[in-house]
Design a protein around this ligand. Structure first.
Ligand SMILES: [Zn+2]
Length: 95
């Protein structure tokens, strides 16, 4: 399998480290309710279809990359730098 790093181009997947669902990057706000932290730490969807994962280009440019792939076909449809996505909303923020 090859993953296209936005900075380095297409590379063998062994250059990357898989970190799981991209929701890992959406850390809850400080002081969020325990239920919000439980959801963040333990609950993940397992869809048959398109998902977005986090990968780290460990043997390349050290960039965090969001990879959109299909869990049925294993086809990768998009990659982008995690830094390029909109700032995530802090879940469970108390005002
Ligand atoms: Zn790279």
């Amino acid at each position: 399998m090859r993953i296209t790093c936005p900075l380095c181009g297409a590379r063998d997947r062994r250059e990357f480290t898989y970190y799981g669902a991209s929701v890992y990057a959406d850390r809850p706000a400080e002081g969020a309710a325990p239920e919000v932290w439980d959801d963040y730490l333990h609950l993940r969807d397992n869809p048959a279809g398109e998902i977005t994962d986090l990968w780290y280009h460990e043997l390349g440019c050290s960039a965090w990359i969001e990879v959109t792939r299909n869990t049925v076909t294993h086809a990768i449809s998009a990659t982008r730098l995690l830094a390029d996505r909109a700032t995530p909303t802090k879940k469970g923020a108390r005002s």
